[in-house]
Design a protein around this ligand. Structure first.
Ligand code: ADP
Ligand code: MG
Length: 238
């Protein structure tokens, strides 16, 4: 089980305030999508949740416990990046098992977990390949597999499909929805694509200029946008 709360999270880079007091409740097993235009602070917020960046002020709480000072490896979460960030010199199997190796998991247990995950993602036939011998969609599945093997209670996705072509994006959306069902995990998903947001989210968080404009279900945002920005972004007729 994993809930997340953000309380007044702010972030400055030098003089610039990028996040201006973000409050948010994420429920257990919810699929939450952060949407907003480029530069509005989506990745920064995700990196702060991941522990890759520290907040200038505010609190992060997972399952009722303040985690501001907990290191990224100990927050029970895993992040999937847009760029895949696979290790080029390692095979798919080695890429997927690497974090387990770092955590001291023995070879047999690693192999079992990697193979189980590869089965879920239909990567079994590719386990001995290097990343350069994979298609974009296959690479993205390996990046997702690398996150899954750690059994995180929260997954963080930063525009994971934006490098894929349109047809593959549609297919991967369906696969991610299936994974969400199967893994019983809380998922936070960043995109600038309103179609992804509308089709995948339980809850959408609309960001603009480091501020949360509105939080709600796709239906609520579509039918009751709080302002023109949200309406325009979501494609609501209002
Ligand atoms: P998004 O993911 O929504 O496109 P980002 O979170 O990447 O937005 O960036 C938000 C703003 O913060 C941008 O103006 C960006 O230039 C700035 N920014 C992000 N990271 C840094 C950094 N490490 N140093 C300085 N400015 C940054
Ligand atoms: Mg970004």
């Amino acid at each position: 089980m994993a809930t997340l709360q953000l309380k007044g999270v702010t972030k400055h880079f030098g003089e610039t305030q990028v996040l201006k007091g973000i409050d948010l409740d994420v429920n257990d097993r919810e699929f939450v999508v952060f949407v907003g235009p480029s530069g509005c602070g989506k990745s920064t917020l995700l990196r702060i949740i991941a522990g890759l960046e520290s907040a200038s002020a505010g609190d992060l709480v997972i399952d009722g416990e303040r985690i501001n000072d907990v290191g990224p490896a100990h927050r029970g979460l895993a992040m999937v990046f847009q760029s895949y960030a696979l290790y080029p010199h390692m095979t798919v199997e080695e890429n997927m098992g690497f974090s387990l190796k770092l955590a001291g998991t023995d070879k047999q247990a690693r192999r079992a977990k990697v193979h189980e995950t590869a089965r879920i993602l239909q990567l079994e036939p590719l386990l001995t390949r290097k990343p350069k011998a994979l298609s974009g969609g296959q690479r993205q599945r390996v990046a997702i597999g690398r996150a899954i093997v750690r059994n995180p209670s929260i997954f963080l996705f930063d525009e994971p499909l934006s490098n894929l072509d349109a047809a593959l994006r549609v297919q991967m959306r369906i696969e991610l929805a299936r994974l969400h069902e199967k893994l019983d995990a809380t998922m936070i998903y960043v995109t600038h694509d309103q179609i992804e947001a509308m089709t995948m989210a339980d809850k959408i968080v609309v960001l603009q200029g480091g501020v949360v404009e509105q939080v709600g279900s796709p239906m609520t945002l579509y039918h009751h946008p709080v302002n023109r920005f949200v309406a325009g972004f979501i494609g609501s007729p209002k």
